[in-house]
Design a protein around this ligand. Structure first.
Ligand SMILES: [Zn+2]
Length: 131
């Protein structure tokens, strides 16, 4: 199977883009959180587009360096992409969010965060280009 043949990308929001995280819990008193602001969708979409554009640029530049130095073929690149995709057990065209343990306070957090939400310690990403 080639990576292009994978099932279509699942657009279900994950990590910080999961707006359900902003919904008040039924156990929270009314007004405990600021009201939901739809403009956050636009702000997040602009940031996401910039992130995707930068990743696309970085991937293309790296691929051209590798290809031009005869270090890999396009078939080997596709094979490696599939291998990385399958590390979480699913060929879904993305690197799944992983549960991480904060090195400073020991709290569970996820691999999409850059800082621990409990103590603010910086978190090291396992994958260089993970969003
Ligand atoms: Zn922490």
């Amino acid at each position: 199977m080639r990576w292009q043949d994978h099932p279509p990308f699942d657009p279900t929001p994950i990590g910080p883009l999961n707006y359900n995280d902003d919904a008040p819990s039924p156990h929270e008193p009314a007004g405990a959180r600021p009201p939901f602001k739809p403009e956050r969708f636009t702000d997040d979409m602009v940031q996401l587009r910039r992130h995707v554009d930068r990743l696309t640029l970085a991937c293309q530049a790296m691929w051209e360096l590798i290809r031009d130095r005869n270090l890999a073929t396009e078939a080997e690149l596709e094979e490696k992409m599939l291998e990385v995709d399958l590390r979480d057990g699913k060929a879904d065209g993305r690197i799944a969010t992983q549960v991480l343990t904060c090195p400073q306070c020991g709290s569970n957090t996820n691999s999409r965060r850059t800082q621990c939400v409990i103590c603010g310690a910086p978190l090291k990403k396992e994958h260089l280009f993970e969003g």
